[in-house]
Design a protein around this ligand. Structure first.
Ligand code: SF4
Ligand code: SF4
Length: 169
């Protein structure tokens, strides 16, 4: 098995690409969260469970992800006094407290509406959230070898490039 630190390093590189992609895509806040905030004091979006751990595996690289997350952001209990309608403690009224070190499902998921928008506006037809979820999981659990990881990383960079080129025009 690969060194958990190396697997986490690869995973965080993919997360960075996905974070850039989300920032370029910029769908959730204007199209979902801000509407919820207008009608309801709290926005939940799709954070309707404790997804920071729900699908995580019980292996060293996931454990390291959790440890590093808690070192930076604190443990979930630190946030449990904050009033929110999401069962996830990391969900603050204005959104997720975690800017990095999220679990694979939190990094990969988009609802059908967001995926339709990606198709219509950006002509991105290959954002398959389950596929991306498994790509992230297989990076972190070491199923992917280095070549497979690099291929997956290139696929994510290509998707990100498409959102970026739309912004630049
Ligand atoms: S960790 Fe963040 S993204 Fe994941 S469920 Fe909680 S609030 Fe949502
Ligand atoms: S993925 Fe969909 S449900 Fe989740 S926050 Fe974005 S728009 Fe809302």
């Amino acid at each position: 098995m690969e060194d958990p630190s190396l697997l986490l390093k690869r995973y965080l590189e993919l997360e960075k690409i996905l974070n850039d992609f989300c920032a370029n895509f910029n769908y959730c806040l204007p199209m979902c969260i801000s509407h919820e905030l207008k009608t309801n004091k709290f926005a939940v979006g799709c954070c309707k469970n404790k997804y920071y751990c729900k699908y995580d595996l019980d292996i060293p690289s996931y454990e390291l992800l959790r440890k590093e997350r808690e070192k930076i952001y604190g443990n979930p209990q630190k946030y449990s006094h904050i009033k929110t309608t999401s069962p996830c403690e990391y969900h603050l009224p204005e959104g997720c407290a975690l800017k990095t070190h999220k679990s694979p499902i939190c990094n990969a998921f988009f609802c059908p509406e967001a995926i339709s928008f990606l198709r219509e506006k950006y002509k991105i037809f290959n954002y398959d959230y389950l596929g991306i979820y498994y790509g992230l999981e297989w990076t972190l659990d070491g199923t992917f070898n280095e070549n497979q990881y690099n291929e997956f990383k290139n696929d994510l960079m290509e998707i990100n490039k498409k959102t970026l080129s739309k912004i630049m025009v």
